[in-house]
Write a protein that binds this ligand. Structure first.
Ligand code: GDP
Length: 140
């Protein structure tokens, strides 16, 4: 089933010059990028994005990190793209991530793990709408 997901190249990935590398992995996997822009989130915007994690001990650190510099937000489209993107990303903790995944290859820390990807259709819908309106998504 064709679906959409939100991908973010986090501030560590942008700062380290990994935009092209991440985009190449999506394109090589046949995943379509149907929207893309750079954002520098405020702390409040990052807190809203990660609201589901607000009780977690790492919430302050995570939202400080996510608002620390520019990020690239993208809408990806394709068959089963939510799961396929999660596969390309690898496990949250890069030490547990499979060989050849983005996080295994580039993450430096459990928090600074280069990419974000929605984990379910409901979160994808919320996260896409958090950054994009319908006119910013091609074919939308
Ligand atoms: P994801 O869906 O794989 O991104 O993982 P989660 O939804 O569980 O966590 C969201 C983000 O919070 C992760 O991508 C990390 O950047 C960060 N994170 C997760 N677990 C930890 C942790 O134990 N410590 C810290 N500092 N950050 C974490």
């Amino acid at each position: 089933m064709t679906e959409r997901t939100l991908s973010i190249i986090k501030p560590d990935g942008v700062a380290r010059g990994l935009i092209g590398e991440v985009v190449k992995r999506f394109e090589s996997a046949g995943i379509r990028i149907v929207a893309m822009k750079m954002v520098h989130m405020t702390r409040t915007q990052a807190e809203g994005f990660y609201a589901v994690h607000r009780e977690r001990p790492f919430f302050d650190s995570l939202t400080t990190f996510m608002s620390s510099g520019p990020a690239v937000v993208m809408v990806l489209e394709g068959d089963n793209v939510i799961a396929r993107n999660r596969e390309l990303m690898g496990a949250t903790n890069f030490k547990d991530a499979a060989e050849g995944t983005i996080r295994r290859d580039f993450a430096t820390d459990i928090e600074k793990n280069v990419v974000h990807g929605s984990d379910a259709p409901e979160t994808a819908a919320f996260e896409i709408a958090y950054f994009f309106n319908q006119f910013e998504i091609v074919g939308g």
